[in-house]
Every structure is written in structure tokens, then in C-alpha cells.
Design a protein around this ligand. Sequence first.
Ligand code: GLY
Ligand code: MN
Ligand code: MN
Length: 462
Amino acid sequence: MFNKDTYIQRRKALKKTVNNGILLFMGNNEAPMNYPSNTYHYRQDSHFIYFFGIHLDHLAAVIDLDEDKEIIFGDNYTIDDIIWMGNQPTIEALADKCGVANTLPSAQLIEYLHKAQKAGRKIHYLPPYRDDNKIFLHNTLSIPFEQLKASASVEFIKGVVSLREIKEEEELKEMEKACNLGVAMHTAAMEYCKAGKLERELAGMIEGIALAGGNGVSFPVILSQNGETLHNHNHEQILENGRLLLVDAGAELKSGYSSDYTRTFPVSGKFTQKQKDIYEIVLQANMEAIDMAKPGLNYFDVHMYATTIIAKGLTKLGLMKGNPEEAARKGAHALFMPHGLGHMLGLDVHDMEDLGENYVGYNEHIQRSPIFGHGSLRCAKKLQKGFILTVEPGIYFIPQLIDIWEKENKFSEYINYDKVKTYIGFGGIRIEDDIVITETGCRVIGTPLPKKVADIEALMAE
Ligand code: GLY
Ligand code: MN
Ligand code: MN
């Protein structure tokens, strides 16, 4: 937890972004896995962490703008709780740590909100994503389930985004640590990769590193020789020489900050020429995008630049044809890279995605592209100093997508389908780093993780 002034200042800044009413923060509760007391790994809501810093279940908080009052709602542990789960600081003590003067038992939240509603005051809440919090909001505010998301407060959402998108110095220090833990996971994956092992041996090992060094993984590990499936959580294959292994994984710290890296490397430790040819294109897109990113530039333009590099490289290899700039602009590259260049990163691996990508990555100046591929970009807006983003270009050979596009004769002026089909079974390559936008450009966070062919081969040969 940061110093209490951090939370006081964040809430003070947030109060300036919304006119009046009540800002309601719903903390996360424990979630049962197979019976009520056998729960999933606990994760507090990121907005609750950001504004109050308390990682404990069954809490809610309000900032009452009309009465200029802050209250945390929660219950102190009873002796029964203490016997099974140990002692906890009181809610009053936790509130004091984040500079909140008032606490009330959780049962009083409903009454507090009902009273405010009766007085015609606005209750601002953020889009709920946990079912128990949806049920609470539905029951308490009498909003139909299907309208809960649409009735969330846009003012509140925009206020939160305007603060959380600019990372403070102390957040950056946490991000360095989260990234270094991510680097340790990926380095170990490269070092322990060996034909004959199961993918899940590596997946389990790197998850263990994340747990030993922090709060576990920042999202379920993606580790597969079938890297063409973008979020492949199946780890059942045996590692085979000759194949590529894609590892997309990151760590979360106890403070909640996350990293997100992808590396793709040959199981044998040595790239074939065919693998190297594709790899170098993705690497060039990753490195040139990092060179390019700076304040004042739309991330959409960096994404466009990276996709043009992909199209140019594939044209040079004969997999695409025609004018690569035009091909990428129109979306022909998306057969190979159907996702965007990256997303914001922070307390969430897709930072603030619960608020809606269009509020986080887009604004009144830039709308989402309707083109397949470009439209998957999670963050397109103008970069500012303090933004933390991923840079994650890729090239994938997705048999089903190739089949559909070929049958539709889609972009046949730009795609050499006969040659593309010879790459079926190749898998996929993604290279992902985490960057912070600085005064004049950007820098990669954390200890650099090998990504050049020679560096990966050298590490794997050790
Ligand atoms: N971890 C999924 C992604 O890279 O966005
Ligand atoms: Mn990733
Ligand atoms: Mn990512």
C-alpha cells in the first residue's frame, strides 16, 4: 500500500471530475470455486485498490460529493472469522491507512443508498463485472440487470480513466518490479524448454515463479506450440524440436500491478531459416513501434506503422503482393495479424477494460476503425507522458481464417494464397514488451528480455 496521501490526493482529484451525487465503489468479494468456502484466488477490484489501497473482500466505499464525505462500508472480523482466517486490522484502521475518516457496517450501505435515492441524488457507479455486485446493484438501485452496464456513470468512468491512465512515479516503480518478475518467468521458460517435456510443465513452472515473487500470474498463462491461437490456454502437447513455442505471460504483484510479455522461440533452441524469416518481420515491427511511440502521437498511427512493416515483410517473402502500405491500410495484413498493436497496462493487464475499451483507448477525437484487424486495437488515442502500454505485433497462420478468406477470394490482390497455405502448421509469432511514454519518446520497462534471434539462441544454448 502506498502512503495515505497518495489515496487522499487521488480521491481529491477524482472529486473534481464529477459534479454532484455519490460515487459508489464496489469492492470484490471472495468467489466460490466448487462450494462456498473453497474460493478462487482473491483479487480486489482495481479501482478499489487505486483509490483506497485495501485488498480485502466484502468492502464498499462511497465518496459523497454533496456532503463532502468519504465512507468505507465493511465489517470487522468476528472471533469465528479470526479462528479460521487469523486476525485482521479493523475496518477503522484500514480506513485510516488510506485517509478515510468514516466507516460503517456493510449492512448500512443499502440504507445509505436508498436515502440518497429518495432525496433524488445521483448514484454514480462503474460498470459491474462480478455477478454478486450486479445482484447487489440490481436489488439496491432497482435497475434491471440488462441495463446495469448502460446505466453506469459515464462521468465517473471518464474521471477514473483520466487519473489511472497517467501512471505516477510510485506506480512506475511497482511496474518495474512487475516487469522484472515477468522477465524472470520468460527467461526460465526459455532456459527450461526442452523437447519431450509437456507444455504444461513449463506453464506450471512459470506460474510458480509469479506466485513465489508476487500475487501470481496477471492473466492465465498462454503457452503453446499452436501460437496461432491468440489466447491458447491449452498446454497439453509434448514439446517437439522443429516447432516454435509462443509464451504470453506476466506477473501481478501483491500491490496489484501487472506485466505482460510475449516471447516466441524454437523448442530446439535454434530457429530454422523459415522461422527466422517470419520472426525478423515481427521483431522489426516491435522495435520500430517502440522507437516511434512518443507523446502527441496517436497509438493508432503506431499500430498502422507496425502493420505496414508486417505487410512489407510478408510481401518481400512472397506471402503478400502489391502495394504493402495500401494492403495494410485496407486490412489485408489482418489475415496474419488480426489483433491490435497493444493496450494500456497497470493494475489490470488490459488496464481498465472493465470500464469499456472505448472509454480507455478511444475518445471524441478518435473512433474505432470498422476494418477487421484495425478495429481490434484496444488503445488508439493520443499518447501522453505516463501512459503504460504493450507493444505486441504478431504474425499467425490460422488455418480456418486462411480457408475462409481464400474461399471468399478476400484481398486476393494482396495475398498469395498458394504460398500462404505452405505455412499451415507454422504456428504463430508474437513479441510483446511493456513501455512507458516519457517526455520525448518511450522506454521499455524492466530488465530487457532477450528478443533478437542471436540473443534468444545464446540464452537457450546455455
Ligand atoms: N495477455 C494478452 C495480451 O497480450 O493482451
Ligand atoms: Mn500478452
Ligand atoms: Mn498484451
